[in-house]
Ligand binder design. Structure first.
Ligand code: NDP
Length: 255
C-alpha cells in the first residue's frame, strides 16, 4: 500500500484529532517519510505526548507553529523547507482551531474576531505561506489529476458551520465558532477553484462529533474512529472532490 503522502504537515497536533492524525500516520503500515507535527508550544507541558511520539518515530518532526502568529508560520516554512531538502510538501492539514460557546446574549465583537483570527485567517495564512512548497510537490508529481499524495490542503471544518443544515442552533448557538467554520468553508472553496490549475486539491472535512477537549466526553465518536475515517477519506480524494465539504465517512455535506 502506498503512503497517503510522502510528506504531511498537521497544525494543532499536540492533542485531540491532530495528535491522533500524527499517531495513526506514524504507526500505519506505510507511513509518510516526513510527518511535520506542529503545535503552538512544543516544549510546554501540553506538548509532552507529541514529544514522546516524536522520540519514538524519527519521521515525526516537531515544529512550533501558531496559526495566529505570522512569524512562527514563516519560521515553520523555513524548517520544513530545509528538512525536505528541495522537495515539496504534499499534504497540509489545517486542523488547529478554537471553540467559543457564545450565545446572542454573551457574544462580543472581540470574541468574534479572536475566533475568526484562529479558525479562518490562521488556516488561510498557513496555506498561503506553504503554497510554494505545495506547488513544488504538485510539479514534482508530474501526474494528471488531484490527490493528497500529490498536493493538497485539508481544512478541518464542522457540521456546525453548515448554513443549510443549521444543526442544533438553539441548543448550541456558538455564534463565533459556527460563523468561523462557514467562512473557512468559503476559504476552502476559493482555494480549490484557484489552485486546481496548479495541481493542488483543497477540501473541507467535518471530523464527526468527537471525544476531545473540544468535543467533550459527551461526543459519540472516539478520536481513533474519527481519524481512521478521515484518513480513509483523504486517500480517496480526487479532482471530483476538490472544493467539497465532506464528513469523516466521505458523505457530502450541505454548505
Ligand atoms: P481540541 O480542542 O482537542 O484541540 C485543538 C487543537 O488546536 C489544539 O492542539 C490547540 O493547541 C490547537 N490550536 C488552537 N489554537 C491554535 C493556533 N492559534 N494555532 C495552532 N493550533 C492551535 O480540538 P479537536 O481536536 O476536537 O478539533 C480539531 C479540529 O476539528 C478543529 O478544527 C475543530 O474545529 C474540528 N472539529 C472538532 C469536532 C469535535 O467534535 N471534536 C467537531 C467538528 C469539528 P493548544 O493545545 O496549544 O491549545
Amino acid at each position: 500500500m502506498a503512503p497517503l503522502a510522502q510528506s504531511v504537515l498537521v497544525t494543532g497536533s499536540n492533542r485531540g484529532i491532530g495528535l491522533e492524525l500524527v499517531r495513526q500516520l506514524a504507526e500505519g503500515p506505510d507511513p509518510p517519510q516526513y510527518i511535520f507535527a506542529t503545535c503552538r508550544d512544543p516544549e510546554g507541558p501540553g506538548g509532552k505526548t507529541l514529544r514522546d511520539l516524536a522520540a519514538k518515530y524519527p519521521n515525526v518532526r516537531l515544529i512550533q507553529l501558531d496559526a495566529v502568529n505570522l512569524a512562527t508560520i514563516k519560521a515553520a516554512v523555513q524548517v520544513v523547507e530545509s528538512q525536505l531538502n528541495g522537495r515539496g510538501l504534499n499534504l497540509l492539514i489545517n486542523n488547529g482551531a478554537i471553540n467559543s460557546h457564545d450565545s446572542l446574549q454573551s457574544v462580543a465583537p472581540q470574541q468574534m474576531l479572536s475566533v475568526f483570527s484562529t479558525n479562518v485567517a490562521g488556516p488561510l495564512q498557513v496555506a498561503k505561506e506553504f503554497l510554494p512548497l505545495l506547488k513544488e510537490a504538485a510539479k514534482e508529481a508530474n501526474m494528471e489529476g488531484l490527490s493528497c499524495s500529490k498536493a493538497a490542503i485539508i481544512n478541518m471544518s464542522s457540521l456546525g458551520g453548515s448554513i443549510e443544515l443549521g444543526f442544533g442552533i438553539l441548543q448550541a448557538p456558538m455564534y463565533p465558532y459556527r460563523a468561523s467554520k462557514a467562512a473557512l468553508n468559503m476559504v476552502t472553496r476559493c482555494l480549490a477553484v484557484e489552485l486546481q490549475e496548479v495541481g493542488i486539491l483543497c477540501t473541507a472535512i467535518h471530523p464527526g462529533w468527537v471525544k476531545t477537549d473540544m468535543g467533550t466526553e459527551k461526543a459519540p465518536l472516539t478520536v481513533e474512529c474519527s481519524v481512521q475515517g478521515i484518513l480513509k477519506v483523504l486517500s480517496s480524494l480526487s479532482q471530483a472532490t476538490t472544493g467539497a465539504f465532506l464528513d469523516w465517512e466521505g458523505k457530502t455535506l450541505p454548505w
